[in-house]
Design a protein around this ligand. Structure first.
Ligand code: G1P
Length: 283
């Protein structure tokens, strides 16, 4: 019997259990997803992108020491009571609207066993339907109308049996920081993936097209992850699980329109801060 895939993406999974060691000591007691770019935490940018793409449910895979995330996406009666009717009220408007209109669900990843494992941990929140994944440290901004995730969900409606990864061209010497793909061009900016490797050294990289933290995944991925052996760094890699599906012609790579900052690095974080500061200053 052929299964009909639901081709509307309504849930977005956010892996958010990592320690953020590159930002120590600030990440000792503050989740790295809560670090602010101007006045908004990184994760809120991701959530806003998911909302714009049509997602109503945010499925967040957290871990120990991440309670500030749940508090951020919740009411804060005392604070709201204090500022209601004052000039500060406007500063809370965005987050209040998010909390009032969208669903947040959480599960904890008890052991850090890689991104593939984090995504599998989120299965309980996603169920049997296609979903989006946003890695909040890859902070994206659109330069035209659609956000990066919206571009991808639109593409998914056209290719509802495929997984889609976002890619961008990187300098050749940086391939060992990313999942890297090889593929055949299907249409403008869209590749059918033939190979993908997690963090290959430049001499082993199949191209300079790197995966960035936006994925559309079909629920088939969960069983594939369960069968995926630990790879790079002894971790269960989503790249390796996707390679299994790529070999069956089921993975697309999309060169997105927009900008992206690697906020997992201090350099990228500072660049993002400057970029958004410029942007709001010009508004
Ligand atoms: C993860 C993925 C990698 C991808 C990257 C994008 O790596 O494993 O394939 O290119 O995110 O940011 P991480 O940055 O978590 O080490």
């Amino acid at each position: 019997m052929e299964m009909k895939l639901k081709n509307k993406i309504t849930k977005c999974l956010f892996p958010a259990a990592g320690y953020g060691t590159r930002f120590l000591p600030v990440t000792k007691a503050i989740p790295k997803e809560m670090l602010p770019v101007l006045t908004k935490p990184l994760l809120q940018y991701g959530v806003e992108e998911a909302i714009k793409a049509g997602c109503g449910t945010m499925a967040i895979v957290t871990g120990r020491g991440k309670r500030a995330i749940e508090d951020h996406f919740d009411r804060s009666y005392e604070l709201e009571n204090q500022i209601d009717g004052t000039s500060k009220e406007i500063l809370m408007q965005g987050i209040r609207d998010i909390v009032a209109n969208y669903t947040f669900s959480y599960t904890r990843q008890v052991e850090m066993k890689g991104l593939g494992h984090a995504i599998l941990t989120g299965q309980i929140l996603i169920g049997d339907e296609p979903f989006a994944v946003i890695l909040a440290d890859d902070l994206c901004d659109n330069v035209h109308n659609d956000t990066v995730l919206t571009q991808m969900t639109k593409l998914y409606e056209k290719y509802p049996d495929k997984c889609i990864v976002a890619i961008e061209e990187i300098p050749e010497e940086d391939t060992n920081k990313y999942g890297v793909i090889a593929g055949t061009l299907l249409e403008e900016n869209l590749y059918s993936v033939t190979n993908m490797l997690e963090k290959p050294e430049p001499q082993d990289a199949p191209s300079n097209l790197a995966i960035i933290g936006r994925y559309i995944l079909t629920p088939e991925i969960f069983d594939v992850i369960k069968d995926t052996k630990p790879g790079k760094g002894g971790e269960i890699q989503i790249t390796d699980a996707l390679l299994t599906l790529a070999k069956q012609g089921k993975v697309l790579a999309y060169k997105f329109d927009g900008v992206r900052f690697d906020c997992g690095s201090i350099d990228g974080f500072v660049k993002a801060t400057n970029y958004f500061y410029e942007k709001v200053s010009n508004e």
